[in-house]
Design a binder for this molecule. Structure first.
Ligand code: 2P0
Length: 341
């Protein structure tokens, strides 16, 4: 039998299995994304601005090795995800398969470095890492912009996690024009994360933003204000003015929540402790601390502050908000290929 005979050629060699590992940090939006202009392509209704946080990496390995035989096999933090999550990952892998020509089901193993209880649970790091690992394993050589466009199809906020530090996601109007890119920033920024509840089960962002767009009479005003907020935030970053940045960041987050609270039925992510934290932050600010709140699709509060004062702010919040878990987080890097073919 010659070495080129079909039997020999078909024998799988370990090196031939397309496999890659990538990691990405999560990010917190300073100017929020809330609503899609195009659900299928995940084009947002507004552009957004975020800070990628260090030490929050999710590391994901993708191997197009046949999965469990007929379908993709997915393990997240050591367990199999529910059907909805699995379907979402498979739909994303279908996109990668369609573009790359790879046809095999995949084995996906993903692990977050930060526990869900840290209040940073986010699909942003997960889908950014998945996009990088799957595209690399499938032999696609994407630049960062193309990678951010691909990550967008997994989860909107993942678009921004491709990059480190301060990042803007241009809403755009089609697949090519909706991508993220880094924003030059010399400011010393940090986020202090205040976890208020670990039991609370919010409704998913995807469903909540759909309902907000469909039923909230405030949504058009939110879209309009958001454009102005983004420009004001970028101007404040350009001027290195933390107070101006903080004010617009907090106003933008409160506006997003007001818009969804006005949906029918109202979507209220806040708990009583959320309001207590907001009032504490206002009091600290009145006392001179550089602290501004932002809140995502859940009850927890994140506090934008100065990096040099983040530990002091975290200690004060721990003191004033007993029963909460508080951690200081600093800017971190973008997507990283850990191992690739
Ligand atoms: C953001 N959030 O800009 C906003 C603020 C939550 C509140 O992006 O449907 O999980 O997967 O695109 O990205 C959370 O939404 O939603 C989010 P999908 P995603 O960070």
């Amino acid at each position: 039998m010659s070495p080129a005979s079909p039997e020999v050629a078909a024998a799988p060699s370990p090196a031939a299995v397309p496999i890659a590992t990538a990691s990405a940090n999560t990010n917190i939006a300073l100017i929020k994304y809330w609503g899609k202009a195009d659900e299928e392509l995940a084009i947002p209704a507004t552009s957004s601005l975020s800070l990628t946080l260090g030490g929050t990496r999710t590391t994901t390995t993708v191997s197009f090795d046949g999965g469990d035989g007929a379908a993709d096999s997915v393990t997240i933090n050591g367990t199999c995800p529910g059907e909805t999550e699995l379907a979402r990952v498979s739909r994303f892998l279908d996109l990668v398969r369609a573009r790359s020509g790879v046809t095999a089901p995949a084995t996906v193993t993903s692990r977050a470095s930060v526990p869900l209880a840290a209040g940073l649970a986010s699909s942003a790091a997960g889908f950014a890492a998945l996009a990088a690992a799957a595209s690399r394993a499938a032999g696609m050589d994407l630049d960062d912009r193309a990678l951010s466009r691909l990550a967008r199809r997994g989860s909107g906020s993942a678009t921004r996690s491709v990059f480190g530090g301060l990042v803007t996601w241009h809403a755009g109007h089609d697949d090519a024009s909706s991508y993220a890119e880094p924003v030059a920033c010399t400011m010393d920024l940090a986020m202090v994360v205040v976890v208020l509840s670990q039991k609370y089960k919010p409704i998913s962002s995807t469903r909540a933003m759909r309902a907000t767009m469909a039923t909230s009479p405030l949504f058009p005003a939110w879209v309009e204000a958001s454009g102005r907020d983004l420009q004001a935030a970028l101007d404040a970053v350009g001027a290195g003015d933390l107070k101006r940045l903080g004010e617009v960041v907090e106003a933008n987050a409160l506006g997003m929540h007001a818009t969804m609270i006005a949906a029918r039925p109202g979507i209220v992510y806040w708990l009583p402790q959320t309001l207590a934290a907001l009032h504490t932050i206002h009091t600290m600010r009145d006392e001179g601390a550089p602290v501004w709140a932002t809140i995502d699709a859940g009850p927890n509060v994140k506090v934008l502050t100065e990096g040099a004062r983040a530990e002091e702010v975290a200690a004060a919040l721990r003191d004033r908000l007993p029963g909460t878990t508080v951690s200081a987080r600093y800017p971190g890097g973008g997507v990283r290929i850990e191992e690739g073919p």
